[in-house]
Write a protein that binds this ligand. Structure first.
Ligand SMILES: Nc1ncnc2c1ncn2[C@@H]1O[C@H](COP(=O)(O)OP(=O)(O)OP(=O)(O)O)[C@@H](O)[C@H]1O
Ligand SMILES: [Mg+2]
Length: 261
């Protein structure tokens, strides 16, 4: 999200240069829910294979809208999204799942009346024959999901549910996983656990895009980050460079930014 719709600005040029070979890429997205009301205002974004990319920004900045636009849930008026070089702008979410995007929404992301195992089955309903392989992969990453496979998701703690939701999205072997505020609403200990899990997923070879309200923690673990403000990027850079940037600290990290990392 270069923060500009100018075709030849330094931000746009940096985006174009960096986005070469990206697994997921968005160029100059203008999108919104209602006619005439744009929420994304020229957002540029990319995620390279194997990267863990964080997106932070104030409430209402359009972070969830960006993820939903990438996943075909919000109408894109202008701009293009590509997955592994192929145009996917405004494709349906179920098609995008088949093509390699996993998405974990912030809320209502498990089926509470189904067991863990059934939730994971739902994750690969488009490719049921792959269930055992993918179940083994997911339970290798998160052994708890295997040992408690018969437990209903509704009876799990918030952190455990988040694990089920991420596991479900991994069942289709996605090239890129989109996570919307996975640590929201969890206790500090469970929040920490979610960041560890996210890193684990990424280290297992999955490219990850993570929207987070826990900005400092997110910037600590991500390779690269975007600060989204008013539907475009205010700042972008490595996680560390953003966490150390006085402007980012002042405007987006607040007093938290002054704490030791
Ligand atoms: N379904 C919707 N219909 C209309 N407007 C919406 C809808 N969802 C979100 N918006 C609006 O879009 C803007 C951006 O919302 P979005 O949820 O993308 O922000 P966000 O950065 O994810 O914020 P938060 O940190 O609070 O999750 C807000 O002004 C919001 O009111
Ligand atoms: Mg949101």
């Amino acid at each position: 999200m270069s923060g500009t719709t100018e075709p030849d600005s330094p931000e746009r040029r940096a985006h174009v240069a960096g986005a070469e070979g990206a697994v997921l890429r968005a160029d100059n997205l203008i999108a919104g829910y209602l006619p005439g009301v744009n929420i994304l205002n020229g957002a540029d974004f990319y995620c390279q294979p194997g990267e863990l990319v964080g997106i932070i920004g104030p409430n209402g900045a359009g972070k969830s809208t960006l993820l939903k636009a990438l996943f075909g849930l919000v109408k894109i008026h202008t701009g293009q999204v590509t997955l592994k070089g192929e145009a996917i702008t405004n494709k349906r979410a179920d098609q995008l799942v088949a093509q390699g995007i996993g998405f974990v929404p912030q809320t209502n992301n498990v089926f509470p009346s189904l067991t863990i195992e059934e939730n994971l089955e739902m994750g690969c309903y488009q490719a049921p024959k792959t269930f055992q392989d993918r179940f083994d992969f997911v339970t290798d990453l998160f052994p708890t999901l295997g040992t408690r496979r018969k437990q209903r998701a509704g009876s799990l703690s918030g952190g455990e549910r988040q694990m089920v939701a991420m596991g479900r999205a991994l069942m289709m072997d996605p090239s890129v996983l989109l996570l919307d505020e996975p640590s929201a609403g969890l206790s500090p200990v469970m929040q920490d656990e979610v960041f560890v899990q996210t890193r684990k997923i990424n280290q297992a070879g999955v490219s990850v895009v993570m929207v987070e309200q826990n900005a400092r923690r997110c910037l600590q673990i991500c390779d690269r980050g975007y600060v989204l403000d008013q539907g475009r990027s205010a700042y972008t850079g490595t996680g560390r460079s953003l966490a150390d940037d006085p402007k980012v600290i002042e405007l987006y990290l607040g007093t938290l930014g002054k704490q030791a990392s």
